[in-house]
Design a protein around this ligand. Structure first.
Ligand code: COA
Length: 178
């Protein structure tokens, strides 16, 4: 069970009942805009939470998909995740999604930093990376604010909503994490 506290947020394991709060986020077109998935149906949001619960039980655990919860309201406003993409070299991938009502308040940066800190200090990862659509400025700004370095720009390596999309690759190493 992972429970992390940042300055303004709690990052905790999902509970099944969280799916309605997550659905309020994942069903929005502006949330899905730069992601590979379409706005989620209720069934898809519920399946996502159930998948996160399964991931939390796996041994060895490779996926840490956590609910982002403001302490005052025990209701997720989004999610932040870290997946071990290569255990042999200690590499993990970071992702995040928040409800638009809380965009621009630094929450993704705070949550991403909190989970990356867990990745380096507790999981002893060597490298944490992330990718995002170059058009998703808010997302790559978050990665830069976390301290990640832009390592590459892949051209048309993804299909997003039936169109080619580029990807920016960002990463930070354990020795760069302070
Ligand atoms: C990406 C996302 C998580 C960012 O969350 P957030 O809590 O608003 O992020 P933060 O407030 O920590 O930082 C956002 C930064 O981007 C900047 N920003 C946002 N939109 C911008 C735009 N269109 N142009 C330039 N900068 C922009 C903000 O000003 C802020 O930078 P600053 O602190 O230097 O001013 C949020 O927009 C989201 O959930 N989007 C939908 C899901 C998604 O795309 N996830 C990422 C998939 S790769």
């Amino acid at each position: 069970m992972v429970l992390l506290r940042t300055q303004r947020l709690i990052l905790r394991e999902f509970e099944e009942a969280d799916w309605t709060a997550l659905h309020a986020v994942e069903s929005l077109p502006e949330v899905a805009r730069y992601q590979w998935f379409a706005p989620r149906t209720a069934d898809e949001s519920r399946a996502y939470v159930l998948g996160a619960l399964r991931g939390a039980r796996e041994q060895p655990r490779v996926t840490y998909d956590l609910a982002i919860v403001p302490p005052a309201a025990d209701r997720p406003i989004g999610r932040v995740g870290l997946g071990v993409t290569d255990a042999a070299i200690g590499e993990g991938m970071l992702w995040y999604t928040l409800h638009p009502s809380v965009w621009g308040m630094g929450f993704a940066t705070e949550a991403g930093r909190g989970l990356a800190d867990f990745g380096f200090r507790e999981l002893r990862l060597h490298r944490i990376w992330a990718d995002c659509d170059p058009a998703n400025v808010a997302s790559w700004r978050v990665l830069e604010k976390i301290g990640m370095r832009r390592e590459g720009h892949l051209r048309e390596n993804a299909r997003i909503k039936g169109a080619w999309a580029d990807s920016l690759i960002y990463a930070i190493l354990d020795r760069e994490w302070v």
